[in-house]
Ligand binder design. Structure first.
Ligand SMILES: Cc1cc2nc3c(=O)[nH]c(=O)nc-3n(C[C@H](O)[C@H](O)[C@H](O)COP(=O)(O)OP(=O)(O)OC[C@H]3O[C@@H](n4cnc5c(N)ncnc54)[C@H](O)[C@@H]3O)c2cc1C
Length: 325
């Protein structure tokens, strides 16, 4: 592992002004559970690591009349235990508790979880220079692709690893991004993530001089329900093979409004809009839910080893939605 220096800024403005200095290669570190692996695997070799833990007051959860706001440095365990989150957003608690191990949840942060890099074995292999690392090929296309994308691939077939992202998108979360000189940019979390065809080296629109500072979720409407179901191979910690975050308003056994956002399927958290449109307004029978999943899967393009994910999507949606009625 290449040696690096640590910078310990005392405010977000100091963070962005450090990032704006030319000729130095910086990396942001929150909990470091992903970043340090990236450095050890020689995927990145920053000269200076900016330790966001040195910035005070970046890990609070607050509620006002319309929203709940979560600071980016809130650790995943605190998110899952917070009474405001537990009362209002079951999908977020379930996603947080499904993620990694208790030790990692105590260290890993919400911001770091949204900005973490992919787990594709070609990308993580120090000796493989795939397209995401500046090479000319995606090795998953013709190689071992059991865990790879069935939607949104093409240039690169990673799946987005975050469990919190599908949950937060299903809840219509917005994020705040801080740039130079106190400039703040607010955008929908759904618009934060970007497909490989836009920039194969990145998974989101964050620029080199920016830092994610806050996540805001609108308070739930009357009749709202939400859940997260994650299919993983190992009973202990594991990333999602397929997961689904479902949020919506139900009355009389019918979804008046529904958002379905999946993990494990695509390079970004993937919304199943065709399933949402099919299910909305109908009595929730097994047939309706399964047909909704089938509608969404008409756009899927599985690879040689991951056709099994098609059946899993149906099973995961059925399990998640039937638990809500
Ligand atoms: C063994 C293991 C199992 C795991 N299992 C799961 C799992 O099941 N589900 C899941 O979702 N995750 C899983 N993870 C990933 C883990 O959840 C994340 O590593 C963690 O949440 C990231 O948080 P962090 O604070 O440690 O991020 P860091 O490692 O500090 O940062 C991750 C990335 O985000 C960037 N970053 C961090 N904070 C900010 C910010 N505020 N603004 C801009 N960029 C930022 C960093 O530069 C870095 O590129 C696992 C990790 C490990 C090691």
């Amino acid at each position: 592992m290449k040696e690096f220096k640590i910078a310990q800024p005392k405010s977000l403005d100091q963070v962005t002004s450090l990032l704006s200095q030319k000729n130095t290669d910086y990396a942001l570190m929150a909990g470091g559970t992903d970043l340090l692996d990236e450095i050890k695997n020689k995927i990145i070799a920053p000269e200076v690591v900016i330790d966001l833990k040195s910035v005070p007051d970046l890990s609070t959860i607050k509620m006002d009349k319309t929203h709940v706001s979560i600071d980016a440095m809130t650790c995943v365990a605190d998110l899952a235990e917070n009474p405001i989150i537990r009362e209002n957003f079951p999908v977020l608690v379930e996603a947080a508790l499904s993620l990694a191990s208790p030790q990692l949840r105590n260290v890993g942060t919400v911001g770091g979880n949204l900005c973490q890099r992919p787990r594709c074995w070609y990308y993580r292999d120090p000796d493989t220079i795939c397209r995401k690392k500046g090479g000319s090929r995606c090795f998953a296309l013709r190689g071992r692709n059991r865990y790879h994308a069935i939607f949104g691939g093409g240039m690169c077939y990673i799946v987005h690893p975050s469990d919190l992202a599908p949950a937060l998108i299903s809840l219509d979360a917005e994020i705040t991004i801080n740039g130079l000189e106190g400039k703040k940019n607010i955008l929908r979390l759904e618009d934060f993530f970007t497909l490989p065809q836009n920039n194969v080296r990145k998974e989101n629109v964050l620029e080199a001089r920016q830092v994610l500072s806050e996540i805001r979720i609108p308070l739930p409407k009357n009749g709202s329900k939400s859940t997260y179901y994650k299919f993983k191979e190992r009973g202990t910690w594991d990333f999602a093979v397929v997961s689904a975050a479902i949020s919506g308003v139900i009355s009389g056994g019918v979804f008046r409004d529904i958002k379905i956002v999946c993990g494990g399927l695509a390079p970004i958290p993937w919304r199943l809009k065709k399933a949402e449109d099919f299910i909305k307004g109908k009595n929730l029978t097994e047939e309706v839910i399964k047909q909704g999943a089938k509608e969404a899967l008409t756009d899927a393009r599985p690879l040689e080893e991951n056709t099994y994910k098609m059946g899993l999507v149906e099973a995961v949606l059925y399990t998640a939605i039937s638990s809500m009625i």
